[in-house]
Design a protein around this ligand. Structure first.
Ligand SMILES: [Cu+2]
Length: 120
C-alpha cells in the first residue's frame, strides 16, 4: 500500500468510525425546561416520558430552590442558576421551593413507549 493510499484509507476509517459513533448515540427522551419567575414554576405541571431530563432555571432576582422530598433537592439557585434532574421512574413528583413553600409544581413521569417499567 502506498503512503498516499494508506492516509486516504485512514481518513475513510476515521469517517466511518465517526459515523458509527453518531449512529450509536441512543435516542433521548426530549429534554424540557422549567422557568422559575415571579415566584412561580412554569409550566407548573408537566408531563414527560421516563428518561427525560428537566432543567429548572431561576429567572427571579432572589434565590429559589427545587425540592421534592426523597427524590431531589437543589441548592439555593441564584439568578440564572440551573438545576437539572433526570426522571427515570414513572410516577407523580410534587415539588416546591423550600424558601417559599407556596411555590409548588408537579412532574408526571410516564413510562417510555415500549418500556416494561412498572407504574408506581
Ligand atoms: Cu422560592
Amino acid at each position: 500500500m502506498t503512503k498516499k493510499t494508506k492516509s486516504l484509507t485512514n481518513s475513510v476509517i476515521a469517517g466511518v468510525v465517526a459515523l458509527l459513533l453518531f449512529a450509536a448515540t441512543p435516542l433521548r427522551a426530549e429534554d424540557v425546561a422549567i422557568k422559575i419567575g415571579n415566584f412561580t414554576f412554569g409550566p407548573q405541571e408537566l408531563k414527560v416520558k421516563s428518561g427525560t431530563t428537566v432543567t429548572w432555571t431561576n429567572e427571579d432576582d432572589i434565590p429559589h430552590t427545587v425540592v421534592s422530598p426523597n427524590n431531589f433537592r437543589s441548592k439555593p439557585l441564584d439568578s440564572d442558576d440551573k438545576f437539572t434532574f433526570t426522571f427515570t421512574t414513572p410516577g407523580t413528583y410534587k415539588y416546591f421551593c423550600s424558601l417559599h413553600p407556596h411555590m409548588t409544581g408537579t412532574i408526571v413521569v410516564e413510562a417510555a413507549t415500549g418500556s416494561i417499567t412498572p407504574q408506581l
